[in-house]
Write a protein that binds this ligand. Structure first.
Ligand code: AMP
Ligand code: ZN
Length: 473
C-alpha cells in the first residue's frame, strides 16, 4: 500500500518513499516550555501522532524513529523564570519553570491518547552540537562572526527560500524589523548571540570570547542531526513555522552538511482558532489543554482527552480548524456511542483496511471518521464486528478501553447525574422510534428542567439521528 503525503516543499501530494524502510525518520518541532500548552499546540501533537501510528503500522513499530524536541532555551522562558522565581538564581529559576511546564505538557498530551515519541531531546542538552554547526557554517563561508554573534549569511545560499516560496528580494521588502548594525544583510539571522548578565550562557563557538546562547533555529538543526542524521524523511510542525523557522533550519542544515535537502517531506498543520477568532489572551478566548481537560471550558466542567482528540481529527490537518463547543458536544456523543458498541468486545489483530487506506491518503481523517461511523453502524447490528471496530479505534488513539461513563465525565455538574441523563435520552429515542412524540417531548422537557439542552443531528448520508447534550445553566 502506498502512503501519499502533501509536501510543502514540492507543493503537491507525493508518494512517500522512505530513505531506509528499516528506519523511517521524522522530526517535529515541539513546544517551548514556559507556560501551559494551549489547544492550538495540541493540534500538531495529535496530527503527527496519527502519522507516527500510521508509519508504525506500515513499516513496523521498531522501524520508525520519531523525534519531538523540547525548546528550553528561549527569551520567554527567561522572562517567566525571573517573574515567578525572583529569589532564585536565574538558571535555577529556569530549571524550575521548564521542569514544571514539561511535566504538565506530558500529562496533558498523554490524556489526548498521544504516544511518546522515540526521542524527546532538550535544547540545553545539545549545546555542543549547535556550536559545531556554527563552526562548520563559518568554515564553509555561510556564516560570519560580528560583535559576539554568529550570523547566517543568507546571500551565501542561492536557493534560500524554496520552502516558503519567496525570493530574497520579496523577504527584504517585507521585513520591517530594524536592522541590527552588525548584520551584513537585513535577512541574515542569528545562530548564536551574546547572553545578558544573569541569562543562561555557555562558552561561545568560533573564537568569540564572551559567553552566549543559541538562536532558536539552530536548536532544531542540531537536534535533528544528532538523532536522525543530516538527511531524513519527514519534518513537521504548524504552518506558522514555515517561515522563518523551517526555512532557516533548512538553510543551516543543508549548508553545514552540503546536502540537497534536510528532509524529503515537509508537513504543516493548519491553524486552530476559537469560535471564529484567533486565540489570544487579550480576546479572553485563550484556552489551555489543561483547562479543557480539568476545569470548566466550553460549557462543561471537563472534557475527556479522547473526546478532544476526536474533535480535532474531524477536520483535515491542512485545513484551518474552528474550535467550538458544538464540535466538542458532537464528538462526545459520537465517542460515547462508539464506546458503547465496543464495550466488553475483544480487540482484533488489525484495524480496518479502509480506514488504513483513507489515512494513507494524506491522513484524510474526515474520511476515516465517516468510515468508522459505517463500521460502528454495522457492528451495532453484528456484535461480532465490534472487535475490529475496537482495534480500529485503538489504532487511531480514539479509545483505549474507556467506558461510556468515563467519556461522559465532566458533564456531571454539582446536581446533574450523567447516568440519569443518558437513561432519559435513551428513553426519548425509544419513544421517538415508537412514534410516541408526546412522551419524547415530555422527556425533553424533563431534561430541560434539569438544565440539559438536547441537540439532534441527522447524518445526511444515513438519515441516522444522534442526540448530544450540554448543560445550559
Ligand atoms: P510554540 O510552542 O509556539 O513553538 O508552538 C508549538 C507548536 O504548536 C508549533 O508546531 C506551532 O506551529 C503549533 N501551533 C501554535 N499555535 C497554533 C495554533 N493556533 N494552531 C495550530 N498549531 C499551532
Ligand atoms: Zn524546529
Amino acid at each position: 500500500m502506498s502512503l501519499t503525503l502533501y509536501n510543502t516543499l514540492t507543493k503537491r501530494k507525493d508518494t512517500f518513499q522512505p530513505i531506509d524502510p528499516a528506519n523511517v525518520r521524522m522530526y517535529v518541532c515541539g513546544p517551548t516550555v514556559y507556560d501551559f500548552a494551549h489547544i492550538g499546540n495540541a493540534r500538531p501533537v495529535i496530527v503527527f501522532d496519527v502519522l507516527f501510528r500510521m508509519l508504525r503500522h506500515t513499516y513496523g513499530a521498531e522501524h520508525v524513529t520519531y523525534v519531538r524536541n523540547i525548546t528550553d532555551v528561549d527569551d520567554k522562558i527567561n522572562a517567566r523564570a525571573a517573574n515567578d522565581f525572583p529569589d532564585l538564581p536565574l538558571n535555577e529559576a529556569i530549571r524550575q519553570v521548564t521542569s514544571r511546564t514539561e511535566k504538565q505538557f506530558h500529562d496533558d498530551i498523554a490524556a489526548l491518547g498521544v504516544l511518546p515519541p522515540t526521542v524527546e531531546p532538550r535544547a540545553t542538552e545539545h549545546i555542543d552540537e549547535m556550536k559545531r554547526l556554527c563552526a562548520a557554517l563559518v568554515e564553509r563561508g555561510h556564516a560570519y562572526v560580528a560583535e559576539g554573534h554568529v550570523l547566517f549569511h543568507v546571500a551565501s545560499m542561492p536557493d534560500y527560500g524554496q520552502l516558503s516560496n519567496r525570493t530574497l528580494e520579496e523577504m527584504e521588502a517585507g521585513a520591517r524589523v530594524e536592522v541590527a548594525p552588525y548584520k551584513r544583510d537585513p535577512m541574515d539571522f542569528v545562530l548564536w548571540k551574546p547572553s545578558k548578565p544573569g541569562e543562561p550562557a555557555w562558552p561561545s563557538p568560533c573564537g568569540i570570547d564572551t559567553a552566549g546562547r543559541p538562536g532558536w533555529h539552530i536548536e532544531c538543526s542540531a537536534m535533528a542531526e544528532k538523532h536522525l542524521g543530516p538527511v531524513f524523511d519527514i519534518h513537521g510542525g504548524g504552518i506558522d513555522l514555515v517561515f522563518p523557522h523551517h526555512e532557516n533550519e533548512i538553510a543551516q542544515s543543508r549548508c553545514a552538511h552540503g546536502t540537497r535537502v534536510m528532509a524529503n517531506v515537509w508537513m504543516h498543520n493548519g491553524f486552530l482558532q476559537v469560535e471564529g477568532e484567533k486565540m489570544s489572551k487579550s480576546l479572553g478566548n485563550f484556552i489551555t489543554i489543561n483547562e479543557l481537560l480539568a476545569t470548566k471550558a466550553f460549557g462543561a466542567s471537563q472534557w475527556h482527552g479522547r473526546v478532544v482528540r476526536l474533535a480535532m481529527l474531524g477536520t483535515h490537518y491542512r485545513q484551518p480548524i474552528d474550535w467550538t463547543a458544538e464540535r466538542l458536544v458532537q464528538a462526545r456523543a459520537t465517542l460515547i456511542d462508539f464506546a458503547k458498541i465496543v464495550q466488553g468486545a475483544p480487540v482484533a489483530d488489525a484495524p480496518h483496511d479502509e480506514v488504513v487506506a483513507a489515512l494513507a491518503d494524506d491522513l484524510n481523517t474526515p474520511s476515516v471518521l465517516s468510515i468508522v461511523h459505517g463500521l460502528a453502524k454495522s457492528a451495532r447490528r453484528n456484535p461480532d464486528q465490534a472487535a475490529q471496530l475496537n482495534a480500529t479505534l485503538q489504532f487511531l488513539g480514539l479509545l483505549g478501553g474507556e467506558t461510556p461513563q468515563e467519556l461522559n465525565a465532566g458533564v456531571v455538574t454539582a446536581d446533574i447525574d450523567a447516568a440519569k441523563v443518558s437513561g432519559l435520552i435513551e428513553a426519548r429515542s425509544a419513544a421517538r422510534r415508537a412514534k410516541d412524540f408526546k412522551e419524547s417531548d415530555r422527556i425533553r422537557d424533563e431534561l430541560a428542567a434539569m438544565g440539559v439542552q438536547l441537540k439532534d443531528a441527522k447524518d445526511p448520508k444515513t438519515g441516522e439521528i444522534t442526540t448530544s447534550w450540554e448543560v445550559t445553566s
